[in-house]
Write a protein that binds this ligand. Structure first.
Ligand code: ZN
Ligand code: ZN
Length: 125
């Protein structure tokens, strides 16, 4: 197999993993799942492919303070995250919060916001 075809196959396996997930994943989680499709996949390749996919705008990095970076596909639209304190899984939250503008003093302009809810997921409650 040519190098280019192999790279494409590895990237596709990583994209396929991210496409089916309910929340952002750490590189080692992506690696474990993508191994089923590409058994020869190395963790260094996962990091490299994530970087490329990020550069191409297909994948986005999700940073949660005190946690290793996670990755999700970038076509999900505006959403937020829930971190389970017990199993450390991060789940996507479909909705945003209304009235965010009311939080800032008059004359301030919000350009971006990030909301991370902490708690216990359904399986950990
Ligand atoms: Zn949990
Ligand atoms: Zn929002």
């Amino acid at each position: 197999m040519s190098l280019e075809r192999r790279t494409t196959k590895q990237k596709e396996a990583i994209r396929a993993v991210l496409a089916t997930q309910e929340g952002p994943l750490m590189p080692d989680e992506i690696h474990a799942m993508a191994l089923k499709a590409v058994p020869s996949l190395g963790i260094a390749t996962v990091y490299r492919s994530l970087k490329t996919l990020q550069d191409e705008g297909m994948v986005r990095c999700v940073e949660i303070p005190g946690q290793s970076p996670r990755y999700e596909r970038s076509d999900k639209g505006h959403h937020h995250h829930f971190l389970c304190q017990k199993c450390h899984t991060v789940f996507d939250l479909e909705k945003c919060v209304e009235g965010i503008k009311k939080l800032v003093p008059p004359g301030f302009r919000i350009t971006d916001h990030e909301i991370i809810l902490h708690g216990l997921c359904k399986s950990c409650v």
